[in-house]
Ligand binder design. Structure first.
Ligand SMILES: [Zn+2]
Ligand SMILES: [Zn+2]
Length: 181
């Protein structure tokens, strides 16, 4: 079995440790990603200090992942090896609960969080459910793109909800100042 390096937290409050593990196999509905870059988010402290209900250790943090699909698991038809992808905070949803049926996947009754519910991007290879995977343009540099998966979407959402980009948004009329001559 081929090995890889991971940066894991062995228990709540422990320091990071670099350990070797077997490269994992993607199960049904999952893909294995060769991680090229992973951003560091303050929310990683939840994994490190144990600030999340139901955390199981050891755990590999990291939810700002950029990489390339390395292998698609059984039954995966719409993703294939070689595609550039990202994985963010939203680590998957069941697609069946009331929130999901309303299209509100983030509020899924059994949603998963990358790096908390399962091992995230602080490792050479990670396995993610396909519903957590987003396609990334080939032209994006992995190290620059990775933080877009959490920090980037957080700031983008603020702009999106501000109304700045909406069609009904009207710019403030220009005021002419006629200065006395
Ligand atoms: Zn984050
Ligand atoms: Zn759901």
């Amino acid at each position: 079995m081929a090995k890889m390096k991971v940066a894991q937290i062995a228990k709540a409050g422990a320091d990071f440790e670099i350990v070797e593990r077997e490269i994992p196999q993607p199960g049904p509905g999952h893909v294995r990603i060769r991680v090229q870059a992973c951003g560091v988010c303050h929310s990683d402290v939840l994994t490190k200090e144990g600030g999340w209900p139901g955390l199981v250790y050891p755990r590999v943090p990291g939810h700002e992942v950029a990489g390339v699909i390395d292998e698609a698991g059984p039954g995966v038809t719409h993703w294939k090896a070689g595609q550039k992808v990202g994985v963010g905070w939203h680590g998957g949803h069941d697609g069946t609960c009331l929130a999901c049926r309303r299209g509100d996947f983030v509020n899924c009754a059994s949603s998963k969080v990358t790096g908390l519910s399962y091992d995230g991007g602080y490792q050479e290879y990670m396995v993610a459910p396909v519903d957590a995977v987003a396609r990334m343009p080939e032209s994006l540099d992995a190290a620059e793109a990775a933080p877009l998966m959490c920090a980037g979407i957080t700031t983008f959402n603020a702009l999106r909800h501000s109304g700045a980009g909406r069609r009904e948004f009207r710019p403030i009329p220009r005021i002419r100042y006629d200065l006395p001559s």
